[in-house]
Design a protein around this ligand. Sequence first.
Ligand code: MN
Length: 262
Amino acid sequence: MDRQRRDWLKTSAAASAGALAAGALPASAQTSGVLFAHEPSFIPVLGTGQRLQVRRIYCVGRNYAAHSREMGSDPNREPPFFFQKPTDAVQLVPDGVTIDHPYPPVTKNYHHEVELVAAIGKGGRDIAAESANVHVFGYALGLDMTRRDLQQAMGNEKKPWEIGKSFDHSAVVSHLHPAAKTGHLAKGAIWLDVNGTRRQSSDLSNMIWSVAEQVSHLSKYYELFPGDIIYCGTPANVGPVVAGDVMHGHIDGLYDISVKVV
Ligand code: MN
């Protein structure tokens, strides 16, 4: 977006919020009311009574060497790369309950990817990795659910893999654990069981790019704002789930999540 248009949008938004006197803009630029209003996506913050309003969902690809190899890449040569999911793809999983997760349409190869999720609490751009942790408000346990067949088919044709990654309910996430309570997570077990059998198992220390390094890289491409969340990549042994399967995810220091595919 060019600066002129961005400035106009900011001014327009400010006018809508009542910050400018009526009449400061042409009538055509003034709005009132909301057409088709919808709830923003929120993630509750444990122990605070507050909710984080999700602004954007970023995901990093191929951030564990073994998973990068299973996806056909050389983990030593590839800088982190990012994609996004729509904000309304969030599916919350509270502590101590099993949440029903709808099997999505079209796919015949629907995969689990258990991931650490980091939430930005302080925005910025061109953030240095050394100081990136102060931008991280807290952490959650997430599943970057993936229509693998669609993702790979689009990739093979050098088309965007959007339909493989960005769809309703594809951003499964626990409630947020403030970093003030958990510390910044750089090591600790991460695993996923399906029907009681261990499918994925690794350690956060095996991430090729640490959370701080991911935040630093991402902030070169996008200005980050509070409410942005980052799915930090999945360990090896991603695989399919079908209706009836129960996924049980774990990261040391966070509560476990339980999700049933229906
Ligand atoms: Mn992923």
